[in-house]
Ligand binder design. Structure first.
Ligand SMILES: NC(=O)c1ccc[n+]([C@@H]2O[C@H](COP(=O)([O-])OP(=O)(O)OC[C@H]3O[C@@H](n4cnc5c(N)ncnc54)[C@H](O)[C@@H]3O)[C@@H](O)[C@H]2O)c1
Length: 259
């Protein structure tokens, strides 16, 4: 028996980085995995990795997490196809830098629509679909960031979106607990993790090597994290091992926020 056996899990942003790692590790632990993403890039490679990790066939649907209609459609489709939903991992996100003076309102709205509105919708429709599929309960895992705990002068819009995810998740967790739903809601707060989001950011800088070294130096362990460092936490939060855990956060950051 795997740690996530019998569970049907929807993972947004599943074709890259932390979403892909979560999908592969959950499949290895016996979950039936549905990945969604706004893009089709890497679709076959990612689906093959999930299929080789587990015994169930992985499924992909295109989904823009900012569309309420698409949330209704995807949760309906999953309930029709599998008869249940046990967990949603809201990993889709975008990272754009800029301090409060540089950031335009358009920039702010784009980052917050994906990172914050998308997680609001994923939490709301995730809870609804888990409840519609029975009284087994479930788990919502929302990807915040160290940037949802501490601020960076150059991440005004991103800080706002990730801070919002943290408290939104606590509110939803309290609502579910007090309503007796057995649905838990928690956030994960990664430090810098080696995914396309971070590679593209570092690659776009004038001196990527210097920026890389600087970012590594911000983590007391002296290096960036790997997607699996976060994927393992996702497995724990989806599994029943974390059944007493709700309304809280897991900080996985190589000591970044301990200083
Ligand atoms: N990598 C890090 O250092 C880091 C640190 C802290 C938090 N996070 C958060 O973790 C999550 C995953 O990040 P990642 O590093 O794996 O990034 P990534 O760029 O590798 O993957 C993000 C995925 O989200 C998808 N996406 C973007 N907009 C979408 C939309 N509107 N609808 C559906 N999918 C959409 C992208 O296509 C991509 O596949 C994000 O929420 C990010 O903010 C990442």
């Amino acid at each position: 028996m795997g740690r996530a056996s019998g569970k049907v899990v929807l993972i947004t942003g599943g074709l890259s980085g932390i979403g892909t790692s979560s999908a592969v590790l959950l499949a290895r632990e016996g979950a039936q995995v549905v990945v969604t993403d706004i893009t089709e890039n890497n679709r076959e490679t990612v689906l093959n990795s999930i299929n080789s990790a587990g015994q169930h066939k992985a499924h992909y649907y295109r989904q823009d997490v900012t569309s309420e209609d698409e949330w209704k459609k995807i949760t309906d489709t999953i309930l029709k196809q599998f008869g249940r939903l046990d967990a949603v991992v809201n990993s889709a996100g975008v990272g754009i830098g800029g301090n409060i003076e540089e950031a335009t309102y358009e920039h702010f709205k784009f980052v917050n629509t994906v990172n914050y509105d998308g997680v609001f919708l994923g939490t709301k429709y995730g809870i609804e679909a888990i409840r519609r599929s029975g009284d087994h309960g479930g788990s919502i895992v929302n990807m915040s960031s160290i940037e949802g705990i501490i601020a960076d002068p150059n991440l005004a819009a991103y800080n706002g979106s990730k801070g919002g995810v943290r408290l939104l998740s606590k509110s939803a967790a309290l609502h579910c607990a007090k309503s007796g739903y057995k649905i838990r809601v928690n956030t994960i707060h990664p430090g810098y993790i080696l995914t396309d989001m971070v590679r593209n950011y570092i690659g776009s800088q004038e001196n990527p090597k210097a920026v890389w070294d600087y970012i590594a130096s911000l983590h007391p362990v002296g290096h960036l994290g790997e997607p699996d460092d976060i994927g393992h936490a996702v497995v724990y939060l989806v599994s029943d091992e974390s059944r007493f855990m709700t309304g809280t956060e897991m900080i996985i950051d190589g000591g970044y926020t301990a200083q």
